[in-house]
Design a protein around this ligand. Structure first.
Ligand SMILES: *[C@@H]1O[C@H](CO)[C@@H](O)[C@H](O)[C@H]1NC(C)=O
Ligand SMILES: *[C@@H]1O[C@H](CO)[C@@H](O)[C@H](O)[C@H]1NC(C)=O
Length: 232
């Protein structure tokens, strides 16, 4: 069930990406990491919008950042899947550093295929894309920051718990049960113009969403395909 927009706006959710999001929240998915600043200039991938049940929500994201290095600046685009009882709603967003933007007219439904991408033009400018591949509807957001984008050290295609949820209630399961999320055409551009894919061998799979030491997700990577499944 989707919220209509009037109902949705009565919830006080906002996306949800805080400074430090890439560090503080456990991830499942694939990460390409080179370690050098300025390595990645774009990351792109298409994913299906899953069904979900349980509490409270999850995030599906394509991004460029600094996982595993000292860097709190993430440049990312994706969706939040918000679960309240039997109601599931989906909110698109893009973020760069302290700026997070939600498209006003970009409804998302379960089963849609969404292309998400981030494109770095300079250390202070870039664009984020969300596109409904089924009907071609696209949302672009152009970012200009004061803070230089110095963390182009990794590219990622991941699922995370909602950033504003963890770790406030550590006795609760941090992520809902969800139908499999498959990223297709996952590619990253590296400075100089070459394209790389997360597989085979390039990316590491991370899978650290767990509860009581039990993994809640599994990740698999093929060439340009990343599959993340719920074990619940
Ligand atoms: C993946 O890329 C191929 C080749 O460019 C294209 O035909 C296909 O529509 C893309 N699919 C998705 C889901 O992005
Ligand atoms: C995406 O496109 C499909 C096919 O036209 C449509 O059914 C779906 O509602 C679209 N999603 C949104 C959110 O507009």
């Amino acid at each position: 069930m989707r919220l209509n927009s009037a109902l949705a706006s009565s919830f006080s959710f906002v996306p949800i990406v805080l400074a430090g999001w890439f560090h503080e929240v456990p991830w499942a998915g694939a990460v390409l990491s080179e370690g050098n600043e300025g390595t990645y200039t774009a990351a792109i991938g298409s994913f299906n919008v899953p069904s979900a049940s349980g509490d409270h929500g999850m995030t599906i994201v394509v991004g460029i950042g600094g996982r595993g290095v000292e860097c709190d600046i993430a440049f990312a685009a994706g969706i939040d899947v918000l679960v309240y009882g039997n109601v599931v709603s989906y909110v698109g967003w893009a973020t760069w550093g302290a700026q997070t933007v939600t498209p006003l007219k970009f409804d998302i439904s379960q089963g849609d295929i969404i292309r998400a991408g981030v494109y770095v033009y300079s250390t202070t400018t870039g664009s984020a894309l969300l596109e409904n591949l089924t009907n071609g509807e696209a949302w672009w957001e152009f970012f200009i920051t004061d803070e230089p984008m110095v963390c182009q050290r990794s590219a990622e295609w991941v699922v995370t718990p909602l950033a504003n949820y963890l770790p406030r209630v550590p006795t609760e399961i941090p992520i809902p049960k969800f139908s499999e999320v498959t990223f297709l055409n996952a590619t990253a551009e590296i400075a100089g113009g070459a394209y790389v894919t997360p597989g085979p061998g390039g990316a590491y799979i991370i899978n650290n969403i767990e509860y009581n030491n039990i993994p809640l997700t599994t990740g698999t990577v093929y060439k340009d395909t990343v599959v993340i499944a719920s074990t619940m």
